[in-house]
Write a new protein. Structure first.
Lengths: 290, 347
């Protein structure tokens, strides 16, 4: 029997083996781009969120440290921030206050570097300046993170963070009570979702979001209706305190929150007194609590 | 085969194998990245790296696992098997890149150690749907690391082929972990039938190939079942003419896996398991007077089962006799490397 025999350490493979391997290689050359293409084209895409990773900016505003650290930036008499009031209207929530949906201030969420809250950096800054900074006009350096009208600001390195006080005075704006409602959607960490990561939501991002919430970054909620209308909210407990520990376990799941809805300038805040995981997602988005 | 350990014993076919492997990997990564940036320019660089390396490592592992049964079904796939360990080590490296980027991206810069975070962030261990899929990837990568780290012949020799082979069979566990890693991770985000179909098709292909190869192997074993003994412990195997020149007939006798070779008018019997990676010696061929294993070309002399000097591998040998043109084998093994006279085929 003169059947060809393949030996790997020989210089050349027998002709029949060599020819066959050539067919295999050319098949792979054709298959590899097809597989890559199929995998790429069957992704659901990414939102146009933005993290200005290499650009440090200075923002001027009134510093709020509790319960959600932020800068309140006055928009001026003729510049009014228009909110997506239609979300609530579509869901048949009665908006009794005429001012709902407009705000004279824009709140910008403050977050620390990495998966950390802004609080430790702001406390260190207060220690350094020897003054309480809450409610004061201040200029801070950092990086902008934004998507869909919601803006966060990652505080810069401690040496560059404080850029001085400003003459801005705090004009306390009262929260607008929107009533009690039930929302359905996904719990997120705002830093990643608004731009630091794409995607910054869903199961693959769950552990990261849990770390961010454990680091003190406020709980963010993407409420949505079954036909895709969505609205972002920050979530606190019914007493207005952070609720990160309790909600971290629900990250990336479809969740139902029930609580009082408030508008804080351009933000919506849910003071949740009930929450549960929904599986599968079947909701109509929002209904009034019974 | 080697006498001394070298990092890689390069030869022309290994170099070609590696060049083609790297070329195909580059083709995948470039195509994936180009299409990704063209159709989804909003993807972040970290996500691009994580997805490109993750999908590539999974595809490579899938391919690696298909090579074995394909080579059993059609010997022309043996060149793919020859340098498979380079493919395996490269798969680990690509998987490690995926893992490291994931740990940096999702678990670093927090208040806890990033590796601890992999296990402690998502704690839904009791839920299938919410199971911490990254933990599955971690253990799969650990198995691939163990395999890559022990892939060298130094470990094969020192762990013994049996233990080495057992360790490397863990690759199937790694593959299973990765199937769940993908299904419970990115597939739940993308929810695309194409991604589910891709994983399902790969799994189905792999299982089918293994079942087909097992069927072929079963049939071969049935053909080699014990023959009736006739006196002095010898078993009738076949007619000498049934064994092709320079080839072997494989038989199982009293638990012994034996390859009976015919060459230069003689017949000799050696153990059928190669001392390198347990390859089927009996599917090999006598080349330049030496039995040559089909998997990696390890060689043995048919009359004493010894690798030709200076190599040191040895096989057990068996007594063979020919009566009226029929080959008889005594399955009592002689110690490895024991010279036994070949049976002469009468003209």
């Amino acid at each position: 029997m003169n059947e060809e025999f393949y030996i790997g350490w020989q210089d050349k493979a027998p002709k029949s083996y060599g020819q066959w391997v050539k067919y295999v290689i050319w098949t792979l050359v054709l298959l590899v781009p097809i597989i890559a293409g199929l995998l790429v084209l069957n992704q659901r895409g990414f939102i146009a969120s933005k993290y200005e990773i290499s650009r440090l900016r200075t923002l001027e505003g009134i510093l709020i440290t509790e319960p959600i650290p932020c800068l309140k930036i006055p928009l001026g008499k003729n510049k009014i921030f228009k909110q997506n009031a239609s979300f609530w209207e579509k869901l048949k929530v009665t908006l009794k206050n005429d001012n709902v949906g407009v705000a004279p201030f824009q709140r910008i969420l403050l977050v620390g570097i990495g998966k950390k809250s802004a609080i430790p950096a702001l406390e260190a800054l207060a220690k350094k300046t020897g003054k309480s900074l809450t409610g004061k006009g201040i200029r801070l350096m950092g990086k902008l993170i934004y998507y869909d009208g919601v803006v966060a600001f990652e505080l810069g390195p401690q040496k560059q963070l404080f850029q001085g006080f400003s003459k801005l005075k705090d004009e306390a704006t009262k929260p607008v009570q929107l009533g009690k409602a039930t929302l359905r959607g996904e719990i997120l960490d705002p830093k990643c979702y608004l731009g630091v990561m794409r995607p910054g939501e869903g199961k693959p991002h769950r552990s990261c979001a849990i770390r961010c919430l454990a680091g003190g970054i406020p709980v963010f909620f993407k409420a949505k209706t079954k036909n895709g209308v969505q609205q972002y909210c920050f979530v606190l407990d019914q007493n207005g305190k952070p609720i990160n520990d309790k909600l971290a376990t629900y990250v990336a799941d479809e969740v139902q929150l029930c609580g009082a809805i408030e508008q804080w300038d351009n933000w919506y805040v849910v003071k949740a007194d009930e929450f549960k995981q929904l599986m599968p997602y079947w909701g109509k988005g929002m209904v009034m609590c019974e | 085969m080697s006498v001394n350990y070298t990092t890689v014993q390069w030869n022309r076919q290994k170099r070609r194998y590696d060049r083609i492997m790297l070329g195909l990997m580059a083709l995948y990564l470039l195509t994936f990245s180009f299409l990704q940036l063209f159709f989804y320019p909003l993807i972040s660089p970290e996500t691009l790296i994580i997805r490109a390396t993750g999908t590539l490592a999974f595809i490579m592992l899938q391919f690696i696992l298909c090579i074995g049964p394909m080579a059993r079904l059609d010997r022309r796939f043996l060149p793919l098997l020859y340098n498979r360990r380079h493919l395996g080590v490269t798969t680990f490296l690509i998987g490690a890149l995926h893992g490291v980027f994931n740990v940096i991206q999702f678990h670093s810069l927090g208040y806890v150690d990033p590796i601890f975070s992999v296990f402690a962030s998502n704690t839904h261990y009791a839920s299938l749907q919410d199971f911490p899929f990254q933990v599955l990837g971690f253990f799969a990568l650990l198995i691939l690391f163990l395999m890559a780290a022990t892939s060298h012949d130094f470990w094969l020799k020192n762990l013994s082929p049996r233990w080495w082979k057992s360790l490397h069979m863990l690759v199937y566990l790694a593959y299973g972990l990765l199937v769940f890693h993908v299904m419970l991770g990115v597939v739940q985000l993308e929810q695309s039938p194409a991604w589910i179909g891709f994983v399902g098709f790969g799994l189905l292909t792999l299982v089918s190939l293994h079942l087909m190869a097992a069927g072929v192997e079963k049939k071969r074993l049935e053909d080699q079942m014990d023959k009736p003994a006739v006196g002095e412990g010898f078993y009738l195997v076949c007619s000498a003419e049934d064994i092709p020149e320079n080839r072997a007939k494989m038989v199982f006798l009293e638990g012994q896996n034996i390859a009976v070779f015919r060459y230069e008018g003689k017949v000799s019997a050696v153990n059928n398991i190669c001392r390198h990676q347990n390859g089927p010696i009996g599917e090999g061929k006598i080349v330049n007077g030496c039995i040559t294993c089909p998997w990696h070309g390890y060689q043995y002399l048919p009359n004493n089962g010894q690798s030709p000097p200076p190599f040191t591998e040895k096989l057990e040998t068996y007594d063979v006799k020919i009566v009226d043109g029929m080959v008889w084998v005594n399955p009592q093994p002689y110690p490895e490397g024991t010279e036994r006279p070949a049976a002469i085929i009468q003209a």
